[in-house]
Design a protein. Structure first.
Length: 73
């Protein structure tokens, strides 16, 4: 996975990085800071895909409850 995020908001970058490592742990993928060339494209795809799934679920929960604001992760 790329070590540099495309977002310009430091808080968002930190939150996404934290989420990435949390998701990798949940999936049992040994993601570490820095170079992760030992991981397969499939493993990296699982992490990214699961992150998107969690963001969508969080958004849907917020929309259903009428909350506006920041994501919980």
């Amino acid at each position: 996975m790329a070590s540099k995020s495309t977002t310009n908001i430091p808080e968002s970058r930190d939150a996404l990085d934290n989420m990435k490592f949390e998701v990798a742990r949940e999936l049992g993928i040994n993601l570490k800071q820095g170079y992760n060339g030992d991981l397969t494209s499939r493993e990296n795809g699982y992490v990214g895909g699961y992150m998107v799934r969690k963001m969508i679920e969080d958004y849907e929960k917020q929309a259903a409850s009428g909350q506006n604001g920041r994501a919980s992760w």
